[in-house]
Design a protein around this ligand. Structure first.
Ligand SMILES: [Zn+2]
Length: 84
């Protein structure tokens, strides 16, 4: 998955995001289309457009976000505001 440069650090609601599986800090992002069945299952009919998927660079686990968008940051510059 090296087509679009480098994986990025991510924060959600101002908090650094770590991979749920391996604890990795760098992710690739992609848009994910939600189908209506999935949105209704999650009680998120308002979110029946798209979500953001963050794919762990280390293990490949896909984290999906249908609410607030995660923010992405360049790894070499670190998290904003000194978050860790
Ligand atoms: Zn991972």
């Amino acid at each position: 998955m090296g087509i679009f440069g480098k994986p990025k650090l991510a924060t959600l609601l101002g908090r650094p995001l770590r991979c749920l599986v391996c604890g990795g800090r760098e992710f690739w992002s992609r848009e994910v289309k939600l189908n209506s069945t999935g949105a209704e299952f999650l009680g998120l009919s308002w979110a029946n457009q798209s979500a953001v998927g963050l794919i762990c660079d280390a293990c490949g686990y896909v984290h999906e976000f249908a609410g607030p968008r995660p923010e992405l940051w360049k790894p070499e510059r670190g998290y904003p505001g000194g978050a860790e």
